[in-house]
Design a protein. Structure first.
Length: 575
């Protein structure tokens, strides 16, 4: 596995020296292309042993690269996983545990560090879950994320993903313009995530492989670039009773592929590394290769350590707060060291992944000493810090629901094992599917049945309100929202939708009162400030309108409706 290390160390020394501002060596800084194929399982690539061999172009990256066999994501959700990837920190530090959360705690990121060293930086995004509003654009000169969202809290979600060919086409144009300047390009492809456009999971992966094959064949100034292929999380195709991802933290959703193809002048690296690693290790790896010091806040460690003699194994952390936030269960956290993985839950689990990669045989009762040692590592990895990010707004939730995600806020029951709520999770998923496919009467019935089982469920009541709203049953929606806020008074998405309904009912006094309250409890809520601005504009309070619309524009600089409203202000002032 280690390979020929003497030449490796020599080339690494040259690369290391090239990162310093001196004239001793005239070695150009390496360009970097980071490709994340959302929801891609490692074991569905031919290079990882998939018998159907649907990925010849992706597999070809291993010819001059290193394949890392055991890499895990920190969380099986797109937004927090990518934040961990780019900031080399676990969710407890960057502050985002689920999709749709805004206001992550800023951490020094890979693109920011590269940009500070003179790199041109750009990102090309395939799915709304990584839209610019969620903050991943930090450090990128160009952040190509054409997912525009209007201010109507109950609008039908617009386009939530774009095909790989469109993403790669935009990336190719930018890459061709870079010439010989070092660059960092991040490409996010979302086709393997449901809903599928090509019929099945494997068909989507085949489509991505073909699109990437054409893109890589064109070279696009990639001749001397490091090319990194990975994913944010996998997909549970029925394992452990889970059909997608986000609920459990088994390897079916945590394990991801990682292939690093080295530049033509740096190919004396091991062809394979088999020890456990994490997505948070990628950023320090690329920085070491470029001769740039990693940030002190990074929790990951360069994967170069796996290609040379190295100290003891690092703990690998994973988590999911999904069942906690949506079904009132205990959170799930895991730690892996070497072959053993411990899952902290009301009924703890311990697996020997070398002997049992499918995690079918819980060894907790047999090896409690091993479990105790692993559990002792959790506090340092999962310790919370600071205030949680703002909850998702209704328009954000609408888009996430169309991707199959539920919406909700933390509930009070912390003693329930998520394994015992799997059936309820499936019923929620079915209700969401009915709503997403326009079967609103059936969806309403499904949510009403769920509320008979658990009348304190914020997610069920809020989703019921959305179905009433889309059915234009506004009085029923108001009652459902008021019941939601009675359970969770500070649940901002319900407050925003209620304010929107008061607007539709022309009850402007109630609408203003609702949005003022929303602005107090969620100062970063775009809809609150936008609608307060519109109400002020309608009432002739020009300066109030200018202030609130200005705040909305700070939150969402690309919103066309806000800019149009601001353009009306000179006429309102008689200018």
């Amino acid at each position: 596995m280690i390979g020929t290390l003497s030449r490796f160390r020599e080339s690494l020394l040259l690369i290391f020296l090239a990162g310093f501002p001196c004239c001793l060596l005239a070695i150009p800084a390496p360009s970097i292309l980071l490709i994340s194929i959302d929801t891609l399982r490692a074991d569905h690539l031919g290079s990882y042993g998939y018998p159907k061999a649907l990925t010849p172009h992706l597999d070809a990256l291993t010819r001059h690269g290193t394949l890392f066999r055991q890499v895990d994501s920190a969380v099986p959700m797109t937004l927090p996983a990518h934040l961990s990837l780019l900031t080399s920190t676990y969710p407890a530090l960057h502050g985002v545990h689920e999709n749709g959360q805004e206001g992550w705690r800023k951490r020094t990121s890979l693109p920011a560090l590269l940009q500070a060293r003179g790199y041109h930086t750009a990102a090309f995004i395939g799915g709304y879950v990584l839209d610019t509003r969620f903050g991943l654009n930090d450090g990128f000169e160009v952040y190509d994320s054409p997912f525009h969202l209007g201010p109507d809290a109950g609008e039908e979600p617009p386009e939530i993903k774009r095909p790989a060919e469109a993403v790669l086409g935009a990336a190719a144009q930018w890459l061709k313009a870079q010439g010989g300047h070092p660059f960092f390009a991040f490409i996010h492809l979302y086709d393997a995530h449901q809903p599928y456009a090509h019929g099945s999971y494997d068909s989507e992966i085949r489509y991505i492989d073909q699109a990437l094959g054409h893109f890589l064949a064109a070279r696009n100034n990639l001749e001397n670039a490091v090319i990194v292929l990975t994913s944010d999380h996998g997909e549970s195709l029925g394992e452990h009773g889970e059909d997608t991802h986000g609920y459990f933290i088994y390897e079916s959703t945590l394990r991801v592929p990682l292939i690093i193809q080295w530049p033509s002048n740096s190919r004396d690296y091991a062809a394979e590394a088999g020890e456990p690693a994490s997505l948070i290790d990628i950023a320090p790896t690329l920085l070491e290769f470029a001769g740039i010091p990693a940030a002190a806040a990074f929790q990951g460690h360069s994967l170069m350590r796996l290609l040379r003699p190295h100290p003891a194994e690092e703990p690998i952390y994973g988590e999911s707060m999904y069942a906690r936030d949506h079904l009132g269960c205990s959170p799930l956290r895991s730690v892996r060291v070497g072959r053993y993985k411990y899952i902290d839950a009301p009924r703890p689990e311990l697996y020997d992944l070398d002997a049992d990669p499918g995690e079918l045989h819980n060894r907790y009762e047999l090896d409690r000493n091993i479990a105790a040692r692993l559990r002792a590592r959790l506090p340092s990895l999962a310790a919370p810090g600071g205030q949680p990010p703002s909850p998702a707004s209704p328009e954000v939730l609408a888009r996430l629901q169309s991707l199959g995600y539920l919406s909700g806020s933390p509930a009070s029951n912390r003693g329930v094992d998520p394994k015992d709520r799997l059936a309820a999770y499936a019923r929620y998923g079915r209700a969401i599917h009915l709503a997403n496919t326009g079967q609103l009467p059936e969806a309403i019935q499904a949510f009403e049945r769920l509320l008979k089982e658990n009348g304190q469920s914020t997610p069920a009541r809020f989703n019921l309100a959305i179905c009433y709203y889309r059915s234009r049953r506004l009085d029923d929606a108001v009652r459902a929202l008021q019941a939601t806020l009675a359970i969770s008074p500070d649940f901002a998405p319900a407050g925003q939708l209620l304010g929107t309904i008061w607007l539709l009912k022309a009850d402007y006094g109630r609408a203003r009162q609702q949005f003022e309250h929303l602005a107090r409890i969620a100062p970063g809520n775009f809809g609150a400030h936008y609608n307060l601005g519109i109400l002020a504009l309608r009432g002739g309070r020009t300066e109030d309108a200018r202030r609130e619309l200005g705040r909305a524009l700070v939150i969402n600089p690309d919103d066309a409706a806000t800019r149009q409203a601001l353009q009306k202000l000179p006429q309102a002032r008689g200018q």
